[in-house]
Design a protein around this ligand. Sequence first.
Ligand code: 9UX
Length: 72
Amino acid sequence: DMEQKTFAITGMTCASCVQTIERATRKLDGVMESNVNLATEKMTVKYDPTIVSMSGITEAVSNAGYEAIEDT
Ligand code: 9UX
């Protein structure tokens, strides 16, 4: 089953940041969809939790130079 989660993203200042983060997360195995909104500083990810974990997703964002925190 797919899971969908929203993350708060810090460190973005331009539209290219959005592209960088979407690319970094979409290429992960198990990620079906990833959409980043610069204005709201949120990222919504649809993924298969049996293939990729939440920390796998936040780590990919971190490796790209930003920070992702699960939205509460
Ligand atoms: Mo834009 Mo984002 O020049 O790290 S790509 S600020």
